[in-house]
Design a protein around this ligand. Structure first.
Ligand SMILES: [Zn+2]
Length: 386
């Protein structure tokens, strides 16, 4: 066992220097595994693949035995750098300048993995404890998320592993470390509505049936929906049209078909089935007694969930407030994360760094924030096993 403390900033830099753009792991899992094995974690690599998707490697590392079991959920993969010429420094050089650490994956979310590793190491050194600390790290969160967290959870559960509580280290704070803890997320339903009409010459509308006319009527009904007012924990369900396409390159042709894509971010007052039924009904109603034909496809990528305020969420808040001096807020805002998979196995909350530069050019976090995040995680672990 290593006697010296793990420096979370240095470990972050090592992780950043591996260009692990999904699904490539570029040595990042091995870098982390080496560090975890040095402090006594049992590490298992869990690669998964599925037809039509890229094979992805994952890492499950655990220390201790039995309950209670606290797991840290994270991902080592990063989004592409975008226009690399726009970066001030190489996105994988992990440069520190003016108190900030720059690089792809600093905010989202290699720093949090390093911070948790340092925190766990410090805690383990203080002596024996009853229970298990683990890290479930995937390299498939930013991509399709098919060969990652979900499959690892299935596999370790089959092996008899039982996680009681999980903290996901996504960047949850809008501007200042300690502002926000996420205790739930909205669901996400994508819908493609296609309407088929009769193609023809725009000068002879009597022989055509314009699918755009029907589609815009359907869409106006959908955007006017007021589904709910939200709850104490969730904002109102929101519908956005994200794409409209008639695949038409001519100005003198009424197109054959028109398609719109809609994304709904919904709270726990709605259900996937209920929303699908509603969109189908609106479309059918509008096209009733017409010659239009339609098809609707749905893809639900996340169910909404809420972790009720509990002993676990209370301990997280106490740790965050203690280190930062702030009065942190519980929130359910933002996009989806792998917490959507953990929620089927255990109580889950999310806390991490300031995420304002995540996925951007010159992504960065404050060095001080990485150090404080390690302190916060250490407090959480202490309170959890106390
Ligand atoms: Zn992330």
């Amino acid at each position: 066992m290593s006697a010296s403390n793990i420096d979370p900033v240095k470990l972050t830099q090592s992780l950043i220097s591996c260009p692990s753009v999904t699904p490539t792991d570029a040595g990042v899992l091995q870098t982390l595994q080496d560090q975890l094995e040095e402090i006594g974690f049992r590490c298992t690599r869990m690669p998964f693949e599925e037809t039509g998707t890229e094979a992805v490697d994952n890492l499950f590392a655990s220390y201790g035995e039995g309950a209670p079991h606290l797991c840290f959920g994270g991902h080592t993969d990063v989004v592409p750098v975008g226009n690399s010429a726009s970066w001030t420094n190489d996105p994988f050089d992990a440069v520190i300048k003016d108190g900030n650490l720059y690089g792809r994956g600093t905010a989202d979310m290699k720093s949090a993995i390093a911070a948790f590793t340092a925190a766990a190491s410090n805690f383990i050194k203080t002596g024996d404890f009853k229970g298990t600390i683990s890290l479930l790290i995937t390299n498939d969160e930013e991509g399709p998320a098919i060969n990652g967290t979900q499959k690892v959870l299935e596999a370790i559960t089959k092996n008899g592993e039982k996680i009681d509580s999980c903290i996901v280290g996504e960047p949850t704070c809008p501007a200042q470390l300690g502002e926000m803890i996420k205790i739930g997320r909205r669901g996400s339903l994508t819908t493609n509505i296609s309407i088929i009409g009769i193609q023809g010459h725009v000068a002879y509308p009597q022989w055509t049936l314009n699918p755009i006319d029907a589609l815009t009527k359907v869409l106006s009904k959908i955007v006017d929906l007021k589904l709910d007012e939200g709850t104490e924990d969730f904002p109102p369900t929101n519908i956005e049209i994200v794409k409209i396409d008639a695949d038409n390159t001519a100005d003198n042709v009424v197109p054959h078909s028109a398609t719109a894509q809609i994304n709904i971010r919904y709270n726990i007052l709605q259900t996937e089935d209920g929303l699908m039924k509603l969109l189908q009904e609106i479309t059918d109603q509008e096209l009733l007694n017409t010659e239009y034909k339609s098809t609707i496809e749905f893809r639900n990528s996340a169910q909404p969930f809420l972790t009720k305020e509990s002993d676990f969420t209370k301990k997280i808040k106490e740790a965050v407030d203690l280190v930062t001096g702030l009065n942190s807020e519980f929130s359910t805002t933002g996009g989806t994360s792998d917490a959507r998979f953990f929620k089927d196995y255990c109580e889950v909350a999310e806390f991490g760094l300031v995420g304002s530069t995540a996925h951007q050019v010159d992504e960065h976090v404050a060095v001080k924030d990485i150090e404080n995040l390690a302190k916060i995680y250490e407090e959480i672990i202490k309170k959890y096993f106390n």
